[in-house]
Design a protein around this ligand. Structure first.
Ligand code: SF4
Ligand code: SF4
Length: 496
């Protein structure tokens, strides 16, 4: 349910009342729609630039190939993962888990030092919502005041046209995102097959694309900031990671309080205007006020519907829109920028004008140490893992056979996982004993990133197998090089 109330009226006046409710729910318990003012300023420009680079990388990602492999593939269904050209097979799952742990720890480390920098600058939810969907909304419906008017206006041709255009564009964009998302899971080639071939051959893929499209559409058209407030696990646990030394988007209450509007200041004393016509009064009565002119600009611009002057809040995604808005107001009234800035609560409380101070604390060092251990272990395991993996099994439950030619045979199977980007020409040889390898399936050529399975008999003269069994050793050769020695057991005639 839309509400046309002006967010300016929601500005809390030095009370703790904001803790008792969330700004996206009104007094009747219904959704209070946030009409955020279009941000403008230095930080917004930087964020836009970063977002466009990330959006380009994200949309191009599935089509960029290294050695013919996608740069990123997260096929959880087949447990095949590719990260920047490194292919991880199901056998490498522990390395993937370690990589994920390292990634989580990276976010934890950054959060403890720099707050939710991830949310404001790189999170796909923020980038899609703020840099794509909301920009389209501004282009179609105008800035926040016009959007509010449109929301409560009767349904006429103009409103129907605007709302329909928005839904069509949002849905198309959601469809594109869903396709890209799916190509990260199944690969772009599979996606092309789903697109080109009859739907009947790809019912699962067709359902997945449409399901993701609807989910993305609902998230970006309706659910919006609530994803950060209620659904995102990172948003939930980040409060456990930050403390008063964490660098976040922070209101300088020492400098800003006591806040007073220009009107209040005028009443309490004359305001001396600068040559630019904007200098605030500094007369004795007017100097009871801090630099905050209580204009509400930082509130109306907030896409999360909060007032940063209440301090660090769970809802804040560190998008910096309030910094830009406040800097503009400070400039307008001839005050230095940075009333809202990247700094820590403790820096502000100490009355320091420092813009930032990197907090090096015991837990930061602890996170950093653990992070280094995990990243080093991950890098070592990736680089040191076997490029060609082999699994040799004696066929379980098979009896050995005594043949008329005097040989005793055992059946084996050999799986070869070619994790390289070259074709492997594999052979199996007996290492330490005279005998024969009688192939059922040839080992032969194994393509890049492919697996091959061969079954074969090992035939030994019966006099070489004195007891019930004996250990033997096999050599696996590929492209003329010995790549692996495998030990196994040979069962004598009559054994199992
Ligand atoms: S308080 Fe400021 S930084 Fe936080 S979400 Fe709102 S506008 Fe963005
Ligand atoms: S934008 Fe700056 S001056 Fe205006 S209310 Fe917010 S903190 Fe105060």
């Amino acid at each position: 349910m839309y509400t046309a109330s002006d967010p300016m009226t929601k500005v809390e006046k030095d009370t703790e009342e904001y803790r008792d409710h969330i700004n996206t729910v009104n007094a009747q318990g219904k959704r209070a729609w946030i009409f955020a003012k279009k941000p403008k300023g230095k930080f917004y420009n930087w964020r836009t630039l970063v977002s466009y680079v990330l959006l380009f990388l994200m949309f191009a990602g599935p089509y960029v190939r290294i050695h013919g492999q996608p740069i990123l593939l997260l096929n959880v269904l087949e447990r095949k993962f590719i990260l920047f050209g490194f292919v991880f097979w199901p056998q490498d799952f522990y390395i993937v888990v370690l990589g994920l742990l390292a990634m989580i720890l990276t976010i934890v480390l950054f959060t403890s030092v720099f707050g939710r920098i991830w949310c404001g600058w790189t999170c796909p939810q923020t980038i899609f919502l703020e840099m794509l969907f909301r920009k389209i909304e501004y282009a179609i419906e105008g800035d926040f005041q016009e959007q509010k008017q449109l929301a409560i206006a009767p349904w006429n041709a103009g409103k129907i046209f605007k709302k329909t255009s928005k839904v069509v564009i949002f849905y198309t964009l959601s469809f594109l995102i869903a396709n890209t998302f799916l190509s990260y899971i199944i690969g772009s080639e599979e996606l092309w097959k789903i697109i080109r071939e009859p739907v009947s051959q790809h019912i699962g893929g067709f359902v997945a694309i449409n399901l993701f499209t609807v989910i993305f559409f609902l998230v970006f058209a309706r659910f919006r900031e609530q994803a950060c407030h209620f659904a995102c696990p990172y948003g939930r646990f980040q409060s456990a990671l930050v403390d008063n030394d964490t660098i976040s988007v922070t209101y300088d209450f020492k400098r800003g309080e006591k806040r007073g509007t220009l009107g209040q200041r005028k009443k309490s004393g004359p305001i001396a205007l600068s040559a630019a016509g904007a200098q605030l009064a500094t007369s004795a009565s007017a100097s009871q006020y801090g630099d905050c002119i209580d204009c509400g600009a930082c509130v109306v611009v907030c896409p999360e519907g909060i007032d940063i002057r209440n301090g660090i809040q769970l809802e804040c995604i560190q998008c910096t829109a309030c910094i830009d808005a406040c800097n503009k107001m400070m400039q307008a009234v001839g005050k230095p920028p940075g009333l809202i800035r990247y700094t820590s609560h403790n820096t502000v409380a100490a009355g320091s004008p420092a813009r930032r101070k990197i907090p090096i604390k015991f837990r930061t060092v602890g996170y950093l140490t653990l992070w280094l251990v995990l990243v080093s272990a991950f890098a070592y395991l990736v680089l040191a893992r076997e490029k060609i993996e082999t699994v040799l099994l004696r066929q379980p439950g098979m009896l050995s056979q005594k043949l008329p030619d005097g040989f005793v045979t055992n059946l084996y199977s050999l799986k070869i996982f070619n994790k390289t980007f070259e074709t492997q020409n594999a052979q199996v040889r007996l290492a330490d004993i005279p005998g024969e390898i009688r192939l059922i399936d040839p080992v032969g050529e194994i393509g890049p990133q492919k697996v091959a399975e061969a079954r074969f008999f090992i035939a030994l003269k019966s006099e070489l197998v004195a007891g019930a069994s004996r250990p033997i050793e096999l050599e696996v050769w590929s492209n003329g090089k010995l790549i692996r020695k495998k030990k196994t057991v040979f069962i004598a005639a009559g054994g199992t």
